[in-house]
Design a binder for this molecule. Structure first.
Ligand code: AMP
Length: 113
């Protein structure tokens, strides 16, 4: 999708530090990490947000979750991690291409909001 920075990361026109890639998804380090390890996992296809998940694209979201154990193992997050998805304005979603934050590398704050 034009003007989507994560679509541009997928097509390589914006560089990223990749952690994992296959035909459906990409994982790369967040530019402004909020934990010792902070990686974003995205579908390659443009899905704006959790509100846009439906039967036609649910397979790629399921695929992300089947790959997260492999990705987090590569990152050394053996003691656990947090998965965050922000949706919409109240959820403080700044990039409108659905993504899951993987945060870890320390004992995280127990507060969610
Ligand atoms: P959210 O606020 O949930 O939409 O998260 C968007 C995330 O994308 C933020 O944590 C940003 O630091 C991150 N981000 C924005 N641009 C880039 C980029 N070019 N490469 C890596 N991470 C990015």
């Amino acid at each position: 999708m034009a003007d989507c920075i994560f679509c541009k990361i997928v097509d390589g026109s914006i560089p990223s530090k990749k952690v994992y890639e296959d035909d459906k998804i990409l994982a790369f380090y967040d530019l402004e990490p909020q934990a010792p390890v902070h990686v974003l996992v995205i579908p390659k296809q443009h899905i704006c947000c959790a509100n846009a998940v439906d039967e036609s694209n649910a397979d790629v979201i399921a695929h992300i979750f089947t790959k997260i154990p492999e990705i987090t193992k590569t990152l050394g997050l053996d003691n656990g991690y947090r998965i965050v998805n922000n949706c919409g304005d109240d959820g403080c979603q700044s990039v409108k291409h659905m993504h899951f934050h993987i945060l870890g590398g320390k004992k995280l704050n127990g507060q969610m909001a």
